[in-house]
Write a protein that binds this ligand. Structure first.
Ligand code: PMP
Length: 359
C-alpha cells in the first residue's frame, strides 16, 4: 500500500488507521457473514446490533442520560439548520443566535425562513476573529443557538455560553467529542460526522426528550425528530455505512482512554502548532489567543506571496490539505481527534524550516 500522508483536511478528514483497516476488511466480508457491510440490510441483526452499540457508546462517552434521545439523521448539519426551527420555533417565540462565522450565519439565515430570529451577539466586526462574550438575548427566546467550533475561521467556545435558562442548542459539527461536555446543559446538540466522528452521510442529533413533545404536527416526515426517536433511527433506510464507520471511531476512542485522553491529545497537538506560529513573526494567527480552536488552527504568512510555495513544499513533505478557506485565506491545519501527534510535530518542524529559509 502507498504510504499514508498527514491529512489536515477540514472534513471529510483523517480517520484512525486501525479504523480504516477494519473498514476495508469488513467492506469485503462483514463479521465473517460472507457479505460486506455495504451489502448488509438495515433490518439485519448485524446492523441493529451496530445501532444499539453506537447509542450505548455515545451514552457512555458523553454520560448522556435517559432523558435524552440520540438520533442518526441524514442531510448533513445543514439540514438541521432547517429542522431545528421547524421543530422548535413556535410562532410566538424568537430564535436567538450567536454569530461567530459562516456556519452560524447559515443557521441564522435558514431559520429566518421559518420564524422570527435575533442576533444575540456577533463577531463579524472583526472578521469573526474572536468569540463574543456579551450576549443580548431577546425576550420570548425560543432557544439560543451557537456553533461551538468555527471550522472556517478557527475559533472555539471554551465553555458553553450563558443561556440564562433558555434552551441551548449547539452545532458541534467540528468539535463533537473532542472533550467531555455536560450534555445536561443543552436542549439539543447536532453534528455532521465527517470531521471528528467518521464518515459523511450521518448527522448525530442529541435531543432532550421533553422537546419532542412540543413539535408541531404535519412536518415533513424526515424533518420531524419524532420519526427518528420513535423508530430507533431506522424508519427509512439509514446511512448504514456511515453509521458503521462512526461505530468504529467510538470504539477506537474508548480503547484510547475516552474523551479525557482525547482532550489531552488535542491540547498537546494544538499547542505544538500554535507555538510554531507565535514564536515567529513570519506567521500570523487569525484568532485571538483565548478563543483559538483546538480543531482548526488558522494562520497567515506575513508575506502572502510565499503561500503557494508554502503549500507546495508542505505537500512534498506529505503534509496535505492545509489550504485555508477562501474567506480567511492562508493556512488551516485541521487536527481532529484522529489526527496523529507526529503530524503536528512534522508541521511545526516544517514551519520552522520554511521560515528560516524564506524569512
Ligand atoms: N456546521 C459546521 C460547524 C461545519 O463545519 C459544517 C461543515 N463544514 C456545517 C455546519 C455544514 O455541514 P454539512 O456539510 O454536513 O451540511
Amino acid at each position: 500500500m502507498q504510504e499514508r500522508v498527514f491529512n489536515f483536511n477540514p472534513g471529510p478528514a483523517v480517520l484512525p488507521y486501525e479504523v480504516v483497516q477494519e473498514i476495508s476488511e469488513n467492506t469485503v466480508n462483514f463479521q465473517r457473514s460472507g457479505i460486506g457491510i455495504l451489502e448488509t440490510s438495515h433490518r439485519s441483526k448485524e446492523f441493529l446490533d451496530i445501532l444499539s452499540q453506537i447509542e450505548a457508546d455515545f451514552r457512555e462517552l458523553l454520560s448522556i442520560g435517559k432523558d435524552y434521545s440520540i438520533l442518526f439523521m441524514t442531510g448533513g448539519a445543514t439540514t438541521q439548520f432547517s429542522a431545528i426551527p421547524l421543530n422548535l420555533l413556535p410562532k410566538d417565540k424568537i430564535a436567538n443566535f450567536i454569530l461567530t462565522g459562516v456556519w452560524a450565519e447559515g443557521a441564522f439565515e435558514e431559520a429566518k425562513k421559518f420564524g422570527r430570529v435575533h442576533a444575540a451577539a456577533s463577531s463579524k466586526d472583526k472578521n469573526y476573529s474572536y468569540i463574543p462574550k456579551k450576549l443580548e438575548i431577546s425576550p420570548d427566546c425560543a432557544y439560543l443557538h451557537y456553533t461551538s467550533n468555527n471550522t472556517i475561521v478557527g475559533s472555539q467556545f471554551k465553555t458553553e455560553p450563558e443561556a440564562k435558562g433558555n434552551i441551548l442548542i449547539c452545532d458541534a459539527s467540528s468539535d463533537i467529542m473532542h472533550k467531555k461536555i455536560d450534555v445536561n446543559k443543552y436542549g439539543l446538540i447536532y453534528a455532521g460526522a465527517q470531521k471528528n466522528l467518521g464518515a459523511a452521510g450521518v448527522t448525530i442529533v442529541i435531543i432532550r426528550n421533553d422537546l419532542l413533545t412540543t413539535i408541531p404536527e404535519n412536518l415533513p416526515l424526515l424533518m420531524d425528530y419524532r420519526t427518528f426517536a420513535k423508530n430507533n433511527s431506522n424508519f427509512n433506510t439509514p446511512p448504514v455505512y456511515a453509521i458503521y464507520v462512526v461505530s468504529l471511531v467510538l470504539k477506537w476512542l474508548k480503547q484510547n482512554g475516552g474523551l479525557e485522553s482525547a482532550e489531552k491529545r488535542n491540547i498537546e497537538k494544538a499547542k505544538i502548532i500554535y507555538e510554531a506560529i507565535d514564536s515567529n513573526p513570519f506567521y500570523l494567527a487569525h484568532v485571538e489567543k483565548e478563543d483559538r480552536s483546538l480543531m482548526n488552527i488558522t494562520f497567515n504568512l506575513a508575506d502572502k506571496n510565499l503561500e503557494t510555495q508554502f503549500f507546495k513544499e508542505a505537500e512534498e513533505r506529505k503534509l496535505i490539505g492545509l489550504k485555508g478557506h477562501r474567506l480567511v485565506g492562508g493556512v488551516r491545519a485541521s487536527v481532529y481527534n484522529s489526527f496523529p501527534l507526529e503530524g503536528a510535530r512534522e508541521l511545526a518542524a516544517f514551519m520552522k524550516e520554511f521560515a528560516a529559509k524564506k524569512g
